[in-house]
Ligand binder design. Structure first.
Ligand SMILES: *Cc1c(COP(=O)(O)O)cnc(C)c1O
Length: 400
């Protein structure tokens, strides 16, 4: 076998050691802070969560940040605070993680999926306008891959129709739009600190908001619906007495998680720079590969933080499909994934939303060709070169 044969055909892979699709990057400070939490005896919600909330409010420019145990919890609390009645509709994108839509349902709403823009793959404001009915209550835009949505257009629609905007900003801590941080652009933004996200607390999330009503509701409902500052009840400042004022949830973040976040947040700007460097390296390499389209960054609109680097392969120019392409990359020792399987392709949503294939043509065509390449701060330039060599190798093998 020649050196350039595909690994699936007995050739040697482009690298010896498998490059995982995503890895977190943590340092000695995180470990030290977690250990200090353990030694202090205060391991669940306490002073470190408060400290992280303050730091995140400062970073995003939001009046208040509420840390919780996931972005899913953050979304649920924001949507729950709307007090939706049966039949109330919430508009969102089909190109997202299932929890965006699950939480709309759990909060009593009906999800309405609107197709995406061809270039950024973010929700298309023109199609939002067309989907609004007398029952629409809110819009949940997702800043896909870390590229800001067209927030001016979305805000204008929300204002005109008196709708709330709750951003799924799981990919978008540090994303800016026209000079402003995500977290200070709408009624609320929900961040994720899951292990693969741009900063991590292992599991975790946060709500950034200026809305007093939402703050009150989310604070109380994040901890069983117990009245204000229930977490203080085990300190000398607290007392044994509390009242349940709402049937809430158990969504609080722990101090152990916040200990990680306190040292991840100061690293965020460096992480974003490194992500942008790797993205630029990929952009340059892919500009010479006709069969692969790099993700778009509309630079005049804001800062792209490259949580994902989703390429689209040209199925007309290749004799393999996306699944085969992924298998080949895996054999070359490059881990990838697909973000995302469109919501209406999942059995539950296919059966309940009544959206037949063909009803959201832009996302459907994009999905057939989408592959997320590994891109994270722990990667070296050499890792990046391996990814590009593998992509070129597979393209050359399947070029029509
Ligand atoms: C990761 C992700 C979520 C969920 O985040 P968790 O913190 O794991 O709950 C929600 N929406 C999108 C778009 C995501 O990528």
């Amino acid at each position: 076998m020649s050196k350039d044969s595909l690994a699936t055909q007995g050739g040697s892979p482009v690298r010896e050691k498998f490059l995982p699709y995503a890895l977190p990057k943590t340092g000695a400070e995180e470990a030290k802070e977690m250990l200090a939490s353990l030694e202090s005896g205060w391991i669940t919600t306490g002073p470190k969560v408060k400290q992280l909330e303050t730091a995140l409010a400062e970073y995003t420019g939001a009046k208040e940040v509420i840390c919780v145990n996931s972005c899913t919890a953050a979304l649920h609390l924001c949507l729950f605070a709307l007090g939706m009645k049966p039949g109330d509709e919430v508009i969102t994108t089909p190109l997202t993680f299932c929890s965006t839509v699950n939480t709309i349902l759990q909060a009593g709403g009906t999800p309405v999926l609107v197709d995406v823009e061809e270039d950024t793959l973010n929700i298309d404001p023109v199609k939002i306008e067309a989907a609004i009915t007398s029952k629409t209550r809110a819009i949940v835009p997702v800043h896909y891959a870390g590229h800001p949505c067209d927030m001016d257009a979305i805000r204008a629609i929300a204002k005109k129709h008196n709708l709330k905007i709750i951003e799924d900003a799981a990919h978008a801590i540090g994303t800016t739009y026209k000079g402003k941080q995500v977290g200070s652009l709408s009624d609320a933004a929900c961040f994720s600190f899951y292990a693969t996200k741009n900063i991590t607390t292992a599991e975790g999330g946060a709500i950034a908001t200026d809305d007093e009503e939402l703050i009150k509701s989310a604070r109380v409902n994040s901890l069983h619906g117990m009245s204000k500052d229930a977490w203080k009840r085990y300190t000398s400042a607290g007392s044994w007495y509390y009242e349940v004022v709402s049937p809430g949830f158990k969504y609080n973040m722990t101090d152990l998680e916040a200990a990680l976040g306190l040292h991840q947040l100061p690293r965020l700007e460096d992480f974003i720079s490194r992500r942008q460097e790797l993205a630029a390296q990929f952009d340059r390499a892919l500009s010479e590969v006709d069969e692969v389209k790099a993700p778009v960054w509309r630079k005049d609109e804001g800062r792209h933080v490259y949580h994902l680097y989703p390429i689209r392969i040209d199925l007309q120019k290749l004799s393999c499909d996306r699944a085969q392409f992924i298998e080949e990359l895996k054999a070359e020792n490059i881990g990838t994934t697909v973000n995302f399987i469109p919501i209406h392709y999942h059995p539950y949503y296919r059966d309940t939303l009544g959206l037949k294939p063909g009803s959201l043509p832009v996302v459907e065509a994009a999905y057939d060709a989408l592959i997320s390449l590994p891109l994270y701060p722990k990667m070296t330039d050499a890792d990046g070169e391996d990814v590009m060599r593998a992509v070129r190798k597979v393209v050359e093998a399947y070029r029509r």
